[in-house]
Write a protein that binds this ligand. Structure first.
Ligand SMILES: C[S@@+](CC[C@H](N)C(=O)[O-])C[C@H]1O[C@@H](n2cnc3c(N)ncnc32)[C@H](O)[C@@H]1O
Length: 321
């Protein structure tokens, strides 16, 4: 757990039944009763721009979220247009920075979009990044690309009918931090070695100069228990048989249409936090973040505006037959 987080533990405590109690620091009327709780966290139904105001400064170790992003067409949970997006998002961003610990991270997953009626892309993700860094004061720790090979080829007009654009299958992920040195440890997210690396470790490597000029020394022969992952993250959201989907179907509730793959949440939670740290998802949807945080024994808080999504998200934590 990060040092600051230890210090700030006093504002979140567990009662006898291990339910997370958020102490009423300044606005008890806003942090109301959680909609449901688990051993490590709680979800609240409401507008995160208001709920987040109840947190003290320097309280959260990781904000991992995918807000509604601007789309050429409207999604069912209402999305701001690209032109208004930055204006809509900035008030959230100031609060997110305030509540982060000095070693905390803010990981923001954003999908791209085309300009209306035009085969050119909106640059809102980059405009937002510039504002977040130059105005709000975040640092860009690193950019990631979240590749989903199962993405559909849209918009059909440009991709499958006129065939003048290719399939868009990455979201941009800005990993932002409050200071230049957020907590992070890539040893916690190592990937299995490739077959060629396994072969090299087994059979040895002749140290030599690469055509690129890099000197590949014997250090490459050290077994580090896995490969350092790249900033291109590949996860498909092809879950079709999870307790969440099964229970939604049984209860006749529509599953959330834009869920994180669990592997995506797991990567950032493991990479950027330790057990016991506090994770927030202020646009929680089906609460993938809270569910994965619970499994990884991180404390978590989620906010979601839409009650149906909150009801559905609870099914994630239930056993199914
Ligand atoms: C892209 S979805 C998040 C999906 C989520 N990552 C998951 O795995 O299910 C964004 C969510 O933000 C919610 N939302 C939009 N504005 C909000 C606000 N002001 N406060 C809380 N939730 C909000 C929407 O209802 C929607 O469910």
């Amino acid at each position: 757990m990060c040092f600051l987080c230890y210090k700030l533990n006093l504002v979140a405590t567990y009662d006898n039944s291990q339910i997370l109690i958020i102490e009423p620091f300044n606005s008890p009327s806003i942090i109301e009763k959680p909609y449901y709780t688990q051993e490590y966290g709680a979800i609240y139904l409401g507008d995160s721009s208001k709920l987040v105001k109840s947190f003290p400064d320097n309280y959260i170790d990781l904000i991992l979220t995918s807000p509604p992003f601007p789309l050429g067409r409207k999604k069912e949970y209402g999305n701001e247009s690209a032109e208004k997006y930055i204006e809509w998002f900035l008030p959230f961003a100031y609060e997110f920075k305030r509540v982060l610990t000095d070693t905390g991270s803010f990981v923001l997953d954003l999908g791209g979009t085309y300009l209306p009626g035009n085969p050119t892309r909106s640059i809102y993700q980059y405009e937002l990044l510039v504002k977040l860094c130059k105005e709000v004061g975040f640092y860009l720790a690193q950019e990631f690309y979240h590749y989903n090979p199962a993405r559909l080829p849209t918009p059909a007009e440009w991709v499958t009918i006129r065939r003048i654009r290719v399939k868009d299958s990455v979201n941009i992920v800005w990993w932002l931090s409050k200071t230049p040195n957020p907590c992070a440890d890539n040893r916690k997210v190592l990937k299995p070695y490739s077959d060629s690396m396994k072969h090299l470790l087994k059979n040895g490597y002749k140290a030599k100069l690469r055509p690129s000029g890099h000197d590949i020394s014997n250090k490459f022969q050290k077994d580090n228990q896995g490969a350092i992952p790249p900033n291109l993250l590949q996860f498909s959201n092809t879950e079709s048989n999870t307790p969440y989907l099964k229970r939604c179907k049984k209860a006749d509730i529509k599953p959330h249409p834009a869920r994180f793959p669990q592997g995506f949440a797991e990567f950032f939670i493991k990479f950027l936090t330790d057990e016991g740290d506090m994770v927030l998802d202020p646009f929680a949807g089906s609460n993938t973040t809270g569910f994965v945080a619970e499994r990884l024994q991180r404390r978590w808080i989620s906010f979601e505006l839409n009650e149906d999504y909150v009801i559905g998200s609870r099914y994630r934590f239930e056993e199914t037959d």
